[in-house]
Design a protein around this ligand. Sequence first.
Ligand code: IVH
Length: 684
Amino acid sequence: MSQTRNDTGKGKVPMMSVANRITELRREVERHMLLYYQLDSPEIGDQEYDALFAELVRLETEFPEYWTPDSPTHRVGAPPLKGFEQHRHRRPMLSLDNAFGAEELFAFDERLRRLLETDGPLEYVVELKYDGLSLALIYENGVLVTASTRGDGVTGEVVTANAKTVRTIPLRIDPAPAGRLEVRGEVVMLKETFAKLNQARAEQGLQIFANPRNAAAGGMRQLDSRLTAERELTFLPYGQADGERLARTQLETMARLAEMGFQIPRQPVVCLGPESVLTILREIEQMRPDLPFGIDGAVVKLNSFAQQDQAGETSRGPRYAIAYKFAAEQAFTLLREISVQVGRTGAVTPVAELEPVVVGGVTVSRATLHNYDDLERRDVRAGDTVIIRRAGDVIPEVVGAVLDKRPAGSERPIPPTHCPECQTPLDREDGMVVLRCPNRSCPAQVAAKIVHFASRSAMDIEGLGEKQILRFLDLGYLSDVASIYRLVDRREELINLDRMGAQSVENLLTAIEASRTQALERLIFGLGIRFVGDRTARDLARQFGTIEALAAAGVDALMATPEVGPRVASSIREWFEDAENQVLLARLKEFGVHPPQASDPAGDWFAGQTIVFTGTLEQLTRQQAEDLVIRNGGKASGSVSKQTTRVVAGPGAGSKLAKAETLGVPVWTEAEFLDSLPPELRPS
Ligand code: IVH
C-alpha cells in the first residue's frame, strides 16, 4: 500500500500520486490561465478553476518537497501579450486571497487583529468586486498619460489608446492633482451591452463570449482601438496605487475619486467587525442580479491606510483585503438532449437536458431554451458544451454553445409540428415566436395549470408539488384545478397509496383546506391568466376587492389598474368570458374557495409614500409589511433614495440604514411603524 497523509482535510492522497497530481494540476491551471487571461475564452467556470487552484495550493503547502519556483500558484495573471508596449508597474498589481464563506471571513478578521495587535473590532470597507479586467491609469498633473493592464502583475501591456475610448475614464482631471496619480480599477462591460453584442455575434455565426468579463478583456486588448470603442466599455475604479495619497482612508479616497470625475456606482460601506461585514455581503449578494454590471463577489478591506500599511503584503497579495466570492452565476456543461415542454398556456418550448452542474449555488440539470426561434438564432445543439446562467431567482438558461467543442456531425434541432403529449398539430401564433398546442384538455397543459395553482407563489398548497400532481392525475384523482378540493373525499384511498402515510395525507388535506381562504391576489395569480403575474394579480386584487368584481370588470375598468394596459386587460376579459373558465370559477366557489375581501380598495393611508423595510422585522414578515403599504396606496421599495419617505429598520439593518441617515430620510423602528398605523390597519 502506498504511504498516505490524511491530515489534508480532504481525504487521503496516496504519496505516489501526489507528485503526479501536482504536475497535472499545474498543467491544467496553466492551460486555463492561458485560455482565461490571454485568449479571453475560458473552457471552465470560475468555480471549477478556483477549485483546481485551491487544490494545488493545498498540496503544495502540505508537501513542500514538491515546491518549484515556476508553479502557477506564484503568479497572477499571465505574461503580457506581444504587440503591445510593456509597462512595468511601480507597485505590482497583486491578486487577493479568496474567502468562500463566513468562516473564512472570520479567520481573515482574526488574522488581522493578531497582526495589528488589537482586540477591538476593526473598521472595514466592503466594496463590489467588479468582474472585469484590471487596469492601471497613470495621470501626470491631471492628464492621462498611460493606461496599462495587469499582465503578470509586474509588467503589463500599455493600452492607452484603447483606454481613451472608454468614456468613463477621465482624460483630464480638473482641478489637476500635482504630479503623478495612479488610479486602479476594473474595465467591465455592462450586462445590457453584453447581451446586444452576443446576440449580434450569434446572428453572424461568431463564437459568443462566455461572459461580460471576457468581452471586456478582449475589447481592451485590441490592437485597433476602434474595435475597443465598439465594445462600449466602462471603467470602475477601486483605489489609488501611486502618487501622494488622496486621503487617509479607502472610503475618503473613493469619495475623492468621485469628485475627480470617476464613476463609482456604489460608495463602499464602512463596517465595524466581521458580523456587520456579513450583513452587507448578504445585501450585496441580493442586489447582484439587479446590478447593471457583473460582480463575482465583494472585496473587504481595512478602511484605514495606516492599518493597511501595518498589515502589509505577501508576494501574492495584500494581507489587509480579501475577496469574498459569491457562487458563480455561470457554468459550462454538456447539453445531452433538447426535450420539448408544454406549459400551462399550451406554449411549447425547447428545454435543455443537461449534465448536472452547480451554478448560482444550486445544481441545475434542466434549463430553458426560450423558444425555437431563439434556439435557431443561438445555434445550440444536442451534444454541445454550453454555458448555463442562473442569476438570483432567475430560471436557469442556456446562454450559448462553445463552437470549438461541437462534436462532428451534430445537427440543428427541428421544431416539432405536433404536441408531444397529445399529438395535436401545433399553432404558430401570428407575429409571435411561440408554438402552441391548441388542445385545452392536453394532459400536459392540465398538469401544468394545477402545478401553477398549487405553487408557493399562488395558492401555496404544501405537499402538492409536481410529482404528486402527476401521480394523482394518473390515478384519476385530479382532473382540473377545482378537483383539488375533492381530494378530501378520497382520504382512505390516499392513505392506502404507497409512500403516503396517514400523517402526510392529513397534512396535505389541511393545506388544501387552508388554501380555500388564501388571499385574493394569490387566487387571481393561480388562475394562470396570460400576462397576469404576481404583481399584476396584487394590483387587481387591490383594485377590485373580490373575484366577482374582477370578473365583471370591463376593459376600461381593468385599465384603470396600475400597470394594466390594453394587452393585459383584454387577456383578462378573454379569460373571464371563456365558458370553461366560468364553469371552473363556479366549481371553485361551490367547493368553498373563498378569499377574504381584499383590504379596502380605497385605502390610501400610504398614498404618495415610498417605504423601505430593512433588517429583521419581528412582528410582521417583510412580505406582510410591504403588502400593507401597497394595499393602502403606497410603494414599497428595496432601495433607499431621495424619493424614499421613510425607512423602517429592524435589527441587523446595514447599508440601507446608513444611506437613509446620509440622505436624511427619517427612520422608524418596526414598533414605531406599527404604532403610527390607524387601528384598522394594525395586524391583529
Ligand atoms: S482591491 C491588491 N477592490 O479583483 C489588489 N480589487 O481578485 C487589490 N477587483 O486584482 C485590489 N473589484 O482586479 C480591489 N473593489 C475592488 C475590486 C478589485 C475587482 C479585482 C482586481 C484585483 C482582483 C483580485
